[in-house]
Design a protein around this ligand. Sequence first.
Ligand SMILES: *[C@@H]1O[C@H](CO)[C@@H](O)[C@H](O)[C@H]1NC(C)=O
Ligand SMILES: *[C@@H]1O[C@H](CO)[C@@H](O)[C@H](O)[C@H]1NC(C)=O
Ligand SMILES: *[C@@H]1O[C@H](CO)[C@@H](O)[C@H](O)[C@H]1NC(C)=O
Ligand SMILES: *[C@@H]1O[C@H](CO)[C@@H](O)[C@H](O)[C@H]1NC(C)=O
Ligand SMILES: *[C@@H]1O[C@H](CO)[C@@H](O)[C@H](O)[C@H]1NC(C)=O
Ligand SMILES: *[C@@H]1O[C@H](CO)[C@@H](O)[C@H](O)[C@H]1NC(C)=O
Ligand SMILES: *[C@@H]1O[C@H](CO)[C@@H](O)[C@H](O)[C@H]1NC(C)=O
Length: 487
Amino acid sequence: MSVPCKTSSAATKLILVVVLPLIVCSVIIVGRSSFGFSISLNSSVSENTESERPLLTHNEGVLFSTSSNINGSSSSSSSSQDVFIRSKNVLNSVTISTRAAKTFSKLQRLEAGLARARAGIRNASQNKTSHEEDRNLLPLRTIYRNRHEFHQSYLEMEKIFKIFIYEEGSAPLFHDGPCKGIYSTEGMFIQGIEFNKHFRTWDPDRAHVYFLPFSIGKMVRYLYVRDSHDIGPIKRTVVDYANFIARKYPYWNRSLGADHFILSCHDWAPHTSSYVPYLYKNSIRAFCNANTSEGFYPSKDVSFPEINLRKGHLPVIIDGLPPSNRTILAFFAGKLHGTIRIKLLEHWKDKDEEVVVYERLPKELSYGTMMRKSKFCLCPSGYEVASPRIVEAIYSQCVPVLLSDHYIPPFSDILNWNSFSVQLSVNDIPNLKKILMGISEEHYMEMHRNLKQVRSHFMVNDPPVRFDAFHMTIHSIWLRRLNIRIN
Ligand SMILES: *[C@@H]1O[C@H](CO)[C@@H](O)[C@H](O)[C@H]1NC(C)=O
Ligand SMILES: *[C@@H]1O[C@H](CO)[C@@H](O)[C@H](O)[C@H]1NC(C)=O
Ligand SMILES: *[C@@H]1O[C@H](CO)[C@@H](O)[C@H](O)[C@H]1NC(C)=O
Ligand SMILES: *[C@@H]1O[C@H](CO)[C@@H](O)[C@H](O)[C@H]1NC(C)=O
Ligand SMILES: *[C@@H]1O[C@H](CO)[C@@H](O)[C@H](O)[C@H]1NC(C)=O
Ligand SMILES: *[C@@H]1O[C@H](CO)[C@@H](O)[C@H](O)[C@H]1NC(C)=O
Ligand SMILES: *[C@@H]1O[C@H](CO)[C@@H](O)[C@H](O)[C@H]1NC(C)=O
């Protein structure tokens, strides 16, 4: 089977020698205080309050707050209702300079299109009766927070959403990404969007969002000297690149990065994005490492899945045994890294016949077989919050048990994770068995069925197909763009 992205060979190292000096040449030191025009940003509400309120835990499952516009000040008072409208540190409105006036009417037209899409989605959410069903959309209501809204939003996205990719930079650091191993969704997406005919536009004035197509996974591989603790080369590359884009094109300054996005599955992505303050604060950052303690903002940023394409092959799905034949209550095997796993192994390694926890899987056992005959698959965070086990569990219809703190699971703006997974905090580890045994047969059967329904959203396809992991990621970005308005 072919792979959605082509793994770059050793020859790409040669290209680097050419690419890097090019980038360095374009270094422009920008005085941040000297803006050429007036920008009004409303950030009067402190950012920290964001993490204190429950995130995406509401029941209504609305994509939008009741107040329709992206008006920071007005929606902040009813913040417990908001899922999607970002009120705090995202920009409210950006006043356009006369310099950018040429593109003004084009921008207005784009914004009008977005406003129509918003109205359509809101309309769909109110109309809970029959709807034109999409055959690709999964039938079960429970796996979605609001199925009608999602469906409508997806259709609106397909109708109008356009992404511009800055062409500057060369592989392997740009327009490319890892295609094998735990960071492969990064390469999958970057190359997928590069070759996408539907959403990609070559005309930046027709774009709703702008993609900065650098790969943090590749930067760590090519620019970071192992154990050197010197992150300088990565920092310089990202900062120089962002400055270059801001100087060459009007779009970055126009929104202070709010309609720009980056994407990475690497552990270091949150930190790397912090080298460019507006990128960190305003831009849409699609990360596997969606750790709210590391500055991940669920309504601005996008959590997307970590999928381990071990040899670069597309996943092969084997359903596993029917629930009654799954003889192991809970299963985990994995290396000890990060504090959560230490706690898990401490409590459960070699302790119980039904909660089977290994640090190293015995040779005679197969990891896949174990997952397929377990009722629950434990997915503790490792060095970072995300774990490829979550998607592996979904593939093998083993109900994932997310053991993490501060993690926002992928697509949780759309998917109702409680309908197909168990989410526990680190403090629940000692009571793990009791909690899992306490889940009723009926509830388990429902989660097990839902896993099969939700699976298509986590599939990797070549070429991508509607509603799969690639398109769900684009949809998440689309939703974030819908939630800001650029004037
Ligand atoms: C946005 O909020 C301001 C102040 O809270 C208010 O005066 C204004 O009418 C709001 N804008 C819209 C479009 O609702
Ligand atoms: C920001 O919002 C507050 C209300 O929360 C309002 O009083 C203030 O005028 C707004 N500032 C700007 C620059 O819009
Ligand atoms: C809302 O739904 C109604 C009935 O389906 C339709 O007539 C109307 O045009 C819709 N409005 C928008 C803005 O889509
Ligand atoms: C809801 O949707 C149905 C089917 O599309 C339509 O016939 C009906 O008019 C809609 N109702 C409202 C209030 O928009
Ligand atoms: C964007 O702003 C920076 C910093 O103020 C400035 O140096 C740069 O020239 C601006 N870019 C454009 C295209 O005007
Ligand atoms: C499940 O278990 C039943 C009874 O033990 C057995 O007959 C059946 O073949 C098993 N199914 C699978 C798929 O292994
Ligand atoms: C999440 O971020 C916090 C703050 O940086 C860190 O202490 C914690 O270890 C992270 N979680 C994981 C699982 O990496």
